[in-house]
Design a protein around this ligand. Structure first.
Ligand code: FES
Length: 144
């Protein structure tokens, strides 16, 4: 029988010790799971060092976004030829969005507009989108 006046706190100590052990295990899992996930990720630079896309898969009206060497690139057909651009706005680096209806890239951050070739139509920037070197071999666009 438990005496309410007793100073024996052993049950309470065991309870708190078990609570601390559980919190420690949860905390360890919260650190270990993302760490394990990070360590198991493929090397992005290795995986993204070359991109190959059959030209037939690139539609005239479409912009294709891909990860490439740690950046977002956008691929589109411009005047019948494939063009690869860095999708980072040259103002402060926001990702530009392709607007099919106006055939231009719009920056959602401060409203810069680039034409389908990456040239500035409207500031605040005056630098065009960076062109990423690419070539076509045997009907395949090769980037990198
Ligand atoms: S980051 Fe694009 S306009 Fe500012």
């Amino acid at each position: 029988m438990i005496d309410p006046q007793s100073n024996d706190n052993s049950g309470r100590r065991i309870f708190f010790r078990n609570c601390l052990a559980c919190m420690g295990m949860v905390g360890s899992g919260m650190v270990a799971a993302p760490l394990a996930s990070f360590l198991q990720r493929p090397n992005r630079l290795e995986a993204d060092s070359t991109i190959r896309i059959p030209i037939a898969d690139i539609k005239e009206d479409e912009a294709i976004y891909r990860d490439y060497m740690g950046a977002q690139i956008v691929i589109l057909i411009n005047q019948g030829k494939p063009l690869v651009l860095n999708a980072a706005c040259t103002h402060l680096g926001c990702l530009v969005r392709w607007e099919h209806s106006s055939r231009s890239f719009i920056c959602p951050c401060h409203g810069a507009i680039f034409d389908q070739g990456g040239k500035v139509v409207k500031g605040p920037t005056n630098q065009p989108l960076e062109i990423i070197p690419a070539e076509v071999k045997e009907g395949v666009l090769i980037i990198g």
